[in-house]
Design a binder for this molecule. Structure first.
Ligand SMILES: Nc1ncnc2c1ncn2[C@@H]1O[C@H](COP(=O)(O)OP(=O)(O)OP(=O)(O)O)[C@@H](O)[C@H]1O
Length: 232
């Protein structure tokens, strides 16, 4: 449970995100998705309840080493180049031989020729791609990505979906908060629907469709709209 003054951001959000799985965290604006991520990343402390990240308390050194968190509004520093941003992450995690992986990720997200660019010289989608490269650099076993598809063009979104599926196939626990149900439907093994800080429903798409009283072939948007009420 997490409260901000008299406002309860999260309460009753019990679920598990398994290794080797992609979990999509869905919910209206203000449902508590980012608060859960910030708590998992050790940036805010829960007022009650328990959370473990990679088996460790959030904020502990072992949880930090196991986790990579990309906030909804990633911090990029003015005057610091693409390559310098990546070097900083490599230094922070003490990654040996990181340059090869960095070059590979930059190519994968089509930033290979923008190594010297400054954040203000990048479009919104390119800045998001840089933040993704930074989040993926240290090969964390737990990946927490807040709105990673925002601002990506369709090819980049496809590349990201493939990358996340590959990482989950390699054993990572990937958790993605998103409003883009098209992308979530294509990659999620598990969907958690949050409403007012609580888990409204959780499971794979076909079990959620069943819960919503829809055909098991129903798409995620239809299921989401059936399971949730209008935001107030
Ligand atoms: N630093 C803060 N101080 C006060 N209230 C906050 C703070 N951060 C979040 N909240 C409140 O907590 C609730 C959950 O917010 P949160 O950012 O977790 O939602 P979200 O599901 O990520 O929303 P969105 O889809 O809009 O990103 C909201 O009511 C929000 O106003």
């Amino acid at each position: 449970m997490k409260r901000y003054a008299e406002r309860t951001a999260v309460d009753g959000a019990a679920f598990r995100c398994g290794y080797g799985q992609i979990t999509a965290l869905l919910g209206h604006n203000g449902a508590g998705k980012s608060t859960l991520f910030r708590a998992a990343a050790g940036l805010v402390r829960l007022d009650a309840g328990t959370m473990l990240v990679g088996g460790h308390p959030p904020g502990s050194t072992r949880a930090q080493q196991a986790t990579s968190y990309m906030p909804e509004q990633p911090d990029l520093y003015p005057g610091v180049s693409v390559w310098e941003h990546i070097s900083f992450i490599a230094l922070a995690y003490g990654l040996p031989g990181w340059e090869r992986r960095a070059r590979h990720l930059l190519e994968r997200f089509e930033l290979g020729d923008r190594r010297d660019a400054l954040p203000h010289e990048l479009s919104q989608g390119l800045r998001r791609r840089l933040a993704l490269v930074m989040a993926l650099l240290h090969g964390a076993e737990v990946l927490l990505l807040d709105e990673p598809f925002n601002g990506l063009d369709p090819h980049s979104a496809l590349r990201l979906r493939t990358t996340l599926s590959d990482l989950a196939a390699g054993g990572a626990a990937v958790v993605v908060a998103t409003h883009i149900l098209h992308d979530a439907q294509r990659i999620a093994d598990q969907v958690i629907v949050l409403e007012h800080g609580r888990v409204k429903a959780g499971g794979d798409l076909s079990s959620l469709a069943h819960k919503a009283g829809l055909s098991r072939q129903a798409g995620l948007e239809e299921v989401y709209l059936a399971l949730t009420s209008e935001p107030r």
